[in-house]
Design a protein around this ligand. Structure first.
Ligand code: NAD
Length: 431
């Protein structure tokens, strides 16, 4: 049994801490948010993530998973400390490292024994060395430590599964012995473990997210061309995906990518490239295409309704993707903003993000179901492809709407079926 501290109990930290506890380690999760820790100590989770609640309960009962705001308590026995704090976008697109810095400082001031600091937060290339400097500056006594980069690839909505069954684990360090010790923690997962240097490990994370965002923007550009030329992008993506060199994943045309990672990570990579004399033209196009997806949907809605002024538009799905309550940089936010700017009255529903939406949205009527959202609406926009929306009684939905205009922002319905039902159907890249 290893003794581990995890700093930050958000989507990544809480999943990491809980899964490491489930693998038999003793884990102390530390967070600066006292309310979050108090609730976790009562067994209440701050986020919705399938399967996580049961795992937290089980490991708390076994006393392998503990929560505190006190770094000293959390680090007293720890041999490893994972940094999983937030790294949001700064004003110019750069990653804001203030939370990483505060965390590194707290670790330095509270550690009492040799430790391996493992960075899971997504951070600019070179941050590992910078963290080592911050820690050295704030150590209260000379205690040896090492820094290992261990970027996280889990997806919200399947975080527990992704942590326990990863495609790969990436570790980067100038201290290969420290990296090997971290690799031991992951051995039970039986996955490929790539050990490399710090900067390369940090870059693998950014390059992976930028590539996935590029695939989505690529298929969205193809979708626009399909719309003009009368082809069906769903079939195009299917046909492309059978090619083993291409594959089917991340080829769904729609409202574009969002969430707490892709937007900020693509921006941060482009920023890093620019300030180091590179010209990241592809990344810029990837971001532009993504913005356009939201605008185009609103344009097409305007085309269908004449004007959006005083029109009631129902938005189905608020989280940035299904199976999460995370609304950070969700496409729904931008679509709602654009609709409101044109004077539309917006109603919305999400199967789990309602409480988050209440804090984030202004002048939006939050409904209890998809049917309530459709009632009296001039148009309905599917912004997130929750499973629930794939099984709606669309006949009933049409009956309760004032005008049957359906914008299928995630291409989940069959256009011909929707037209048979009497909808004015607007998909993405579909004839
Ligand atoms: P989050 O906002 O959900 O959680 C961050 C947590 O860190 C919060 O609870 C916050 O209170 C806490 N925190 C802030 N400063 C702290 C400090 N000094 N000490 C202790 N706790 C502190 O963030 P997240 O979504 O879990 O992301 C964390 C990092 O992982 C980010 O860099 C992100 O880019 C990366 N990442 C996220 C995902 C994802 O799907 N969310 C996936 C892979 C990588």
């Amino acid at each position: 049994m290893k003794s581990i501290c995890v700093a930050g109990t958000g989507y990544v930290g809480l999943t990491t801490g809980t899964c490491l506890a489930d693998l038999g380690n003793r884990v102390y999760c530390v967070d600066v948010d006292a309310e979050k820790i108090e609730r976790l100590n009562q067994g209440i989770l701050p986020i919705y993530e399938p399967g996580l609640q049961e795992l937290v309960q089980r490991n708390r009962r076994a006393e392998r998973l503990l929560f505190t705001t006190d770094y000293r308590e959390a680090l007293a026995e720890a041999q490893f400390v994972f940094v999983a704090v937030n790294t949001p976008s700064g004003a110019n697109g750069e990653a804001d490292l203030r939370y990483v810095k505060a965390c590194a400082r707290s670790i330095a001031e509270s550690m009492v024994r040799p430790i391996i600091i493992i960075n899971k937060s997504t951070v600019p290339i070179g941050t590992g060395d910078w963290v080592a400097n911050v820690v050295s500056q704030h150590l209260r006594q000379p205690i040896p430590f090492a820094v290992v980069s261990n970027p996280e690839f889990l997806r919200e909505g399947s975080a527990v599964h992704d942590f326990l069954q990863p495609d790969r684990v990436v570790l980067g360090s100038s201290d290969q012995e420290a990296a090997a010790q971290v690799a031991q923690l992951y051995l039970p997962l039986r996955c490929p473990i790539l050990i490399t240097d710090l900067r390369t490990a940090e870059m693998i994370k950014y390059a992976s997210n930028a590539f996935l965002a590029t695939r989505i923007s690529f298929i969205n550009e193809i979708a626009s061309i399909c719309e003009s030329l009368g082809a069906d992008v769903k079939q195009v993506a299917l046909g492309m995906g059978y090619d083993k060199r291409i594959g089917h994943a991340f080829l769904d045309a729609g409202l574009g990518w969002g969430g707490s990672c892709f937007p900020k990570d693509v921006r941060a990579l482009a920023h890093m490239a620019s300030i180091h004399g590179c010209h990241p033209q592809l990344l810029k196009a990837v971001m532009d295409i993504n913005q356009d997806q939201r605008r185009r949907v609103v344009q097409r809605l305007r085309g269908a309704l004449g004007t959006l002024y005083q029109k009631v538009v129902g938005v189905l799905g608020l989280s940035f993707k299904p199976n999460t309550d995370d609304m950070r940089d969700a496409p729904s936010l931008e679509v709602i903003h654009l609709l409101q700017t044109e004077g539309a009255i917006v109603k919305a529903y999400d199967p789990v993000a309602g409480p988050v939406a209440e804090k984030m949205l202004v002048d939006v009527e939050l409904c209890a179901s998809a049917y309530d959202t459709a009632r009296g609406a001039d148009a309905l926009v599917i912004a997130t492809e929750w499973n629930e929306f794939k099984h709606l009684d669309m006949g009933q939905i049409k009956q309760v709407m004032r005008q049957p205009v359906l914008v299928d922002g995630r291409n989940i319905y069959e256009p011909s079926l929707m037209r048979e039902l009497g909808f004015t159907y607007i998909g993405i890249g579909r004839p």
